[in-house]
Design a binder for this molecule. Structure first.
Ligand SMILES: C[S@@+](CC[C@H](N)C(=O)[O-])C[C@H]1O[C@@H](n2cnc3c(N)ncnc32)[C@H](O)[C@@H]1O
Length: 226
């Protein structure tokens, strides 16, 4: 993404939406909104179309958006400010650090929308649906918590449908054409573009179930280390 001019003053102008030290919030996120029905975290919010749309649609939910590129996140923060929503905050950080930012069981739902597909085999570990990430999500999700995953990338989706259940998640609501009968739910910025181009959107929900990591499962360790 091209470097934004005036990033610092723009960030400052919507600083009320920024959590400057997310690590100090570990175990305390609900203090931001004690009456919240649920705490949800969006990984890689980009320019925030989904973030703000969801915050508006469900004002009783506390939403935290994590994004590692501040030039994109500032656009999302400006959208939140312009919409006047009061149930969303932003973290300039990496999804890989989730267990350092959130306590065990603190999150009810994770959103992964149109994450980078990392198509090459030697890039697998960077996919946000890779087993290494799924194990981190297990550390922060509440019992019965779920990942809501959407992507335009058919190969990533099929690969993820195999990967996710191997780490103690039950799949449901699996669709390879979410909007077949007309637009459904809050769309992300990327989704809106793909939808307008006629590209079908994949979606599934992965609910965390009891699971113990197999100690000597050679096939699983092989898969994780690949
Ligand atoms: C393809 S964009 C999709 C943005 C948005 N979710 C949408 O659907 O419009 C992926 C976004 O995820 C962010 N991202 C990728 N890996 C990340 C990570 N490990 N932690 C936080 N954000 C990440 C990227 O910077 C980028 O903004």
């Amino acid at each position: 993404m091209r470097k934004k001019k005036n990033l610092a003053p723009r960030m400052e102008a919507c600083g009320m939406y920024l959590i400057k030290d997310p690590f100090s919030m570990r175990g305390r996120w609900r203090e931001l909104m004690p009456a919240a029905r649920e705490l949800r975290v969006e990984l890689g919010c980009g320019k925030g179309g989904f973030t703000v749309g969801t915050a508006e649609a469900e004002p009783d939910v506390l939403l935290i958006a994590v994004e590692k590129v501040p030039d994109a996140m500032v656009v999302a923060m400006e959208k939140a400010r312009d919409a006047g929503v009061h149930n969303v905050w932003f973290v300039d950080g990496d999804a890989a650090l989730l267990p350092d930012m959130f306590a065990e069981g603190e999150i009810d739902r994770l959103y992964i929308n149109f994450c980078d597909p990392w198509p090459k085999s030697n890039q697998k570990k960077r996919r946000l649906t890779h087993g290494n990430f799924l194990k981190k999500y297990r550390q922060v999700l509440a019992e019965g918590g779920a990942i809501h995953f959407k992507t335009d990338n058919d190969k990533l989706f099929e690969w993820s449908l195999e990967e996710i259940p191997q780490f103690g998640f039950r799949l449901s609501e699996v669709t390879r054409d979410l909007h077949a009968d007309g637009a459904v739910g809050v769309m992300t910025d990327y989704e809106r573009k793909f939808f307008s181009e006629g590209k079908s959107i994949n979606r599934c929900v992965a609910t965390m179930v009891d699971w113990t990591e197999p100690e000597n499962d050679t096939a699983l360790s092989q898969r994780i280390s690949e």
